[in-house]
Design a protein around this ligand. Structure first.
Ligand SMILES: *Cc1c(COP(=O)(O)O)cnc(C)c1O
Length: 376
């Protein structure tokens, strides 16, 4: 028996396996401010328009089914998604949010000593699940706050099992072209899973962008994940899905908890998918205000990154009095909650979800005041 096994056997209380206590607890964005009654939450990239009226209506019909177990195959949602996007139903996998899908991929492919590769500012959920599998998490530099194909490939070795890329990315909002993603794929051994996290895919309409669905059909090692949490405004219901090769779906599905997507979630997601009007309005709002917000922030002497998602990441000076941390406190005190992203390795940035016109103007006005105050 190894030393750790003996140590754990003789410990005075149950001891988590090695690595668990090295995982930093996930800190979600703030949603409350002391002394402010109704703060505006622009910290979690939620849909500021709420959710589709059709989805709300469908959710309410679940009242009569609370005693029942859900359909473990999520058949109604499977068929609706397959029809909407022209996908084969048996290549779809559902999760309690896409978070659970990352978890299932990690559990399926990682054994102790394996590794995953992601960008240095990559989404935290990939790493938590990988560490829980006693795998190593390798973070590739992101020069210019963008995923760099060569930097990712440099970290890939014979113990690499999964490469995670969010495209567009969170928290940076930057994205990679289909050409870049294909070059990344071409540089990976066929044994490595390339997981393309498309949580913000709907928000990127650049012709050079590729959502990866056709790569899933072309190759046996590409997975695309999507979510109902952002565009569809159903974050509370936790519905994520993945499109993957058949063999992979058949493997991952074995460890899926049998009833992981609940009935209200399935009903609301199907209705949301059919509500083109709500999707259009949500996209139009972001398309109208994202460039405006970026331009205004730039005008204040701040450094917004070009974003292809429903938020803007903005850089602050490191000068005392003008820092992102102080700006975060200044905004919070005025009831405006944005996301301080130091936990992502970005201590000089704030991530701001696009709001309604009145919200976006309030943020800009408050930051103008902040920068003016700081100048004195
Ligand atoms: C919000 C988000 C998701 C979606 O997570 P869910 O678990 O589906 O709510 C996935 N990836 C990234 C990068 C995100 O920002």
């Amino acid at each position: 028996m190894s030393d750790t096994v003996l140590d754990r056997a003789s410990a005075p209380r149950p001891t988590p396996k090695p690595g668990i206590l090295d995982i930093a607890p996930y800190v979600p964005g703030k949603s409350k401010v002391e002394g402010v009654e109704h703060p505006l939450k622009l910290s979690a990239n939620e849909n500021i328009l709420g959710s589709s009226p059709a989805a709300r209506e469908a959710f309410s019909t679940a009242f009569d089914q609370l005693q029942m177990y859900p359909d473990g195959r999520s058949t109604i949602l499977r068929e609706a998604l397959a029809a909407t996007y022209g996908l084969e139903p048996d290549r779809l996998l559902f999760g309690c949010g896409s978070d659970e899908i990352f978890q299932m991929l990690n559990q399926t492919f990682l054994e102790p000593g394996d590794n995953i590769v992601q960008g240095e500012f990559g989404f935290g959920a990939y790493a938590i699940g990988a560490r829980a599998c006693q795998a190593e998490v390798r973070m590739a530099p992101e020069p210019g706050y963008r995923i760099d194909v060569d930097e990712l490939l440099k970290l890939v070795d014979e113990r690499t099992r999964i490469v995670f890329v969010a495209n567009p990315a969170n928290p940076t909002g930057t994205w990679n072209s289909g050409e870049e993603i294909r070059r990344l794929h071409a540089g990976l051994p066929p044994s490595v899973v390339l997981c393309l996290d498309g949580a913000y895919a709907e928000f990127c309409d650049d012709p050079a962008y590729e959502d990866g669905m056709s790569m899933v059909r072309e190759f046996e090692n590409v997975v695309v994940t999507r979510t109902f949490s952002k565009l569809h405004g159903l974050a509370a219901l936790r519905v994520g899905w993945a499109y993957m090769p058949r063999e992979m779906a058949a493997a991952v599905d074995r460890i899926r908890l049998p009833f992981n997507v609940n009935i209200p979630a399935q009903l609301a997601a199907v209705a949301a998918l059919g509500d083109a009007d709500f999707q259009r309005r949500s996209l139009a709002l972001v398309n109208q205000w994202r460039p405006w917000l970026a331009q205004q922030l730039g005008g204040l002497g701040l450094e917004p990154l070009p974003s292809a998602a429903n938020f803007v990441l903005v850089g602050f000076p490191a000068t005392p009095g003008k820092t992102a941390k102080e700006a975060d406190a200044f905004l919070s005190a005025r009831g405006l909650i944005t996301r301080y992203v130091a936990g992502y390795g970005l201590p000089n940035h704030l991530r701001i979800t696009i709001g309604l016109e009145v919200h976006n103007r309030a943020v800009v006005e408050a930051l103008a005041e902040f920068m003016k105050g700081a100048a004195q």
